[in-house]
Design a protein around this ligand. Structure first.
Ligand code: GLU
Length: 399
């Protein structure tokens, strides 16, 4: 019998961020001295109180299935978090817990988008937004804002992309991969645009706590009743609490949508891991001082990374307001050569760095900006300094 994959799968590339991290790990396991800036995950261990809560849940026998959309105790902790941090009120029926923020976005796409819908995605974007929108049969409409616009789209940019098929815009502040954060005023303008044109906003707020230099994160949903009704907030515990592998994300939005997402989950993954859900309650409701420690450590590393990058000829890096990524423009080295070839774009540069000096990072192309590369500074200061030296050396060898 002739076997053929679905068109859906044939057209699907693997996640570039995960692929690079896997490659770096594989080389390290082989004993290669690789410095990895690929992984988009905190390098800290999960705080002890969160681990303890998981161990307690296991010992108490809380290991069976739970309600598909999450235990009510966790929904309660999420509702409290929204009140405390974002001045937002939700009912339990407006919250669904999924297996990580990525799974939240995926379920949301399946529940909300269909062929004929257009979804505006500002670029540079996180690698998985366009494929997830496409898997739902809808069309991603990319609106580009490069380094000269500090990677932030304006209402004028959005207007040009608007059609009568536009259903939603993806809003990710602070952004992965650029770290750019929209100010309150900028966010208000995007909210007005959404309300005026009656389009939904999918607000990915996973990096809301990892912010620097006095930047303040404002949830777009908190800017008034009309925009709240049009906003679906996606968030999770992974980045804030160094719990990436625990897989807990959550969505807050209109009841009907949350119920549809829960139905999709009931026919696919069932509940997110029970043990992680109990731990997530502790993460959200327990002491928050570890979060501040991690945040301030990231802030120190940010300075070393950004200053170091700007010290390399042909590299220009804006100061990110949040997340833990630097997204420098490296077009200054394009056209230069090395014995193995020429640097024509971000893929060439990333593979040159990996083979020449064993530095792993993610090319900008899969994020929608081939002039840039993404480096995560969720690494030790030693690795950041060492990696920067290697990159500088590799660039100096180009002619
Ligand atoms: N969000 C992280 C990143 O961008 C984790 C990997 C992924 O799911 O893409 O690196």
């Amino acid at each position: 019998m002739k076997r053929k994959l679905s068109e859906r799968a044939l057209g699907l590339a693997p996640s570039a961020t995960l692929a690079i991290s896997a490659k770096a790990k594989e080389l390290k396991a082989k004993g290669e001295d690789v410095i990895g800036f690929g992984a988009g995950e905190p390098d800290f261990d999960t705080p002890a109180n969160i681990k303890e809560a998981a161990i307690k849940a296991i010992n108490a026998g809380k290991t069976g299935y739970t309600d598909v959309g999450g235990i009510i105790e966790l929904k309660g902790a999420i509702i409290e978090k929204f009140k405390r941090d974002n001045d937002l009120s939700y009912e339990p029926s407006e919250i669904v817990v999924s297996c990580g923020g990525k799974h939240s976005f995926f379920n949301l796409s399946l529940a909300f988008f269909e062929p004929g819908d257009e979804v505006i995605i500002p670029a540079p974007y996180w690698v998985s937004y366009p494929p997830m929108v496409e898997l739902a049969g809808a069309k991603p409409v990319i609106v580009f804002a490069g380094v000269e616009k500090d990677f932030k789209v304006t209402v004028d940019d959005l207007k040009k992309a608007l059609t009568n098929k536009t259903k939603a815009i993806v809003f990710n502040s602070p952004s992965n991969p650029t770290g750019a954060g929209y100010t309150k005023e900028e966010t208000e303008k995007i909210a007005e645009f959404a309300v005026e044109n009656e389009i939904y906003v999918i607000s990915d707020e996973i990096y809301e706590k990892l912010i620097y230099g006095g930047f303040e994160h404002v949830s777009i949903a908190s800017l008034g009743k009309e925009i709240k009704d049009l906003t679906i907030v996606v968030n999770g515990i992974s980045k804030t609490y160094a719990t990436t592998g625990w897989r807990i994300g959550y969505t807050a939005g209109p009841k009907e949508l949350v119920s549809a997402m829960t139905r999709i989950q009931s026919q696919s993954t069932s509940n997110p891991t029970t043990i992680s859900q109990w731990a997530a309650i502790e993460a959200l409701s327990g002491p928050q001082d570890e979060v501040e420690k991690m945040r301030s450590t990231f802030e120190e590393r940010r300075s070393i990374m950004i200053e170091g990058l700007n010290d390399i000829e042909g590299v220009r890096c804006n100061w990110p307001q949040g997340a833990f990524y630097a997204f420098p423009n490296i077009s200054g080295v394009y056209g230069k050569s090395h014995p193995g070839g020429k640097i024509g774009g971000s893929l060439d540069f990333a593979s040159y760095l990996l083979s020449e000096v064993k530095v792993a990072l993610v090319p900008g192309l899969p994020f929608g900006d081939d002039n840039c590369i993404r480096l995560s500074y969720a690494s030790s200061v030693e690795d950041i300094r060492g990696g920067l030296e290697r990159i500088k050396e590799a660039v100096s060898r180009l002619s």
